[in-house]
Design a protein around this ligand. Structure first.
Ligand SMILES: CCCCCCCCCCCCCC(=O)SCCNC(=O)CCNC(=O)[C@H](O)C(C)(C)COP(=O)(O)OP(=O)(O)OC[C@H]1O[C@@H](n2cnc3c(N)ncnc32)[C@H](O)[C@@H]1OP(=O)(O)O
Length: 220
């Protein structure tokens, strides 16, 4: 399967799929949270394991090879449903719902990180904060019409990020040719926790479409 692939689905079909997979994926997220926090043990856990394994076996009866990639409908809107931060079908993703300013100058998201994202006790894992900010800075670049891959990401942890309700925001700082520098921050109920700045570059294979055909991994 192509990693960036056109898909001829109508908006109604996309809506239908989203209505099926969205709640299902949320149920899997709840399962992960419950698995971390349950106080049941022994036979109860062994029975739960057998039930989960049965569901997994059923799902695997029909599955694609590899990852979901990003599919595009005819209007050019992408569906990154497997994305680790915003993926509607990825139970690992919190998921973030990213909003953007009409003029594309900023993106932001309010979201919740629970027990599955713990690093220091009661706090968000630093790698998860970095993951979220990488995505947000990338989205800011894209919202400003300057999509790119992360070339560098510098993260400043100002104070521990508490698990719970959080807000992330990002914007473009400056641009130069194919390079876009973006900044962003992650805030908790008591203010700024993490800041990041990153360089996003539109890769050569995207700048020169002819190369895209021969670049394995992206257009295979
Ligand atoms: C449409 C495409 C984008 C799709 C993304 C949608 C994601 C949405 C949101 C996702 C969010 C999540 C985001 C993720 O998770 S993205 C996943 C994490 N990032 C990666 O895996 C990126 C891996 N690296 C690459 O793909 C390429 O090396 C990149 C894209 C970085 C450069 O590409 P390419 O190799 O083709 O470029 P070029 O050789 O023509 O060089 C061009 C210029 O850039 C300069 N340079 C190069 N590397 C670096 C560097 N590391 N630091 C500083 N500068 C660097 C270079 O000197 C030159 O400068 P100049 O000589 O012109 O001055």
């Amino acid at each position: 399967m192509s990693r960036f692939a056109p898909e001829h689905l109508t908006p109604e079909q996309i809506e239908e799929q989203s209505a099926v997979y969205g709640p299902f994926t949320q149920a899997v997220r709840d399962l992960v949270d419950a698995a971390i926090r349950t106080e049941l043990g022994g036979d109860d856990i062994r029975a739960a394991q057998a039930a989960v394994e049965a569901v997994t076996a059923r799902l695997r009866e029909r599955e694609i090879e590899g990852a979901l990639g990003v599919t595009f409908s005819e209007d050019g809107v992408g569906r990154p449903w497997g994305n680790a931060v915003i993926g509607l079908r990825n139970a690992v993703a919190p998921p973030l719902v990213v909003e953007k300013a009409e003029d594309g100058s900023r993106v932001w998201s309010q979201f919740h990180l629970g027990a599955a994202y713990e690093g220091p006790p009661g706090c968000v894992h630093g790698g998860v904060a970095s993951l979220v900010l990488d995505q947000m800075l990338g989205q800011a670049a894209g919202a400003g019409g300057r999509p790119g891959m992360t070339a560098t990401l510098q993260v400043h942890y100002r104070k521990p990020t508490p698990l719970g309700p959080l807000r992330a925001e990002a914007w473009i700082e400056r641009t130069e040719g194919h390079k876009t520098w973006a900044r962003g921050e992650l805030t908790g109920p008591e203010g700024l926790c993490v800041e990041a700045e990153g360089l996003f570059i539109l890769p050569r294979w995207a700048r020169e479409p002819a190369d895209a055909e021969t670049r394995p991994g992206f257009f295979e």
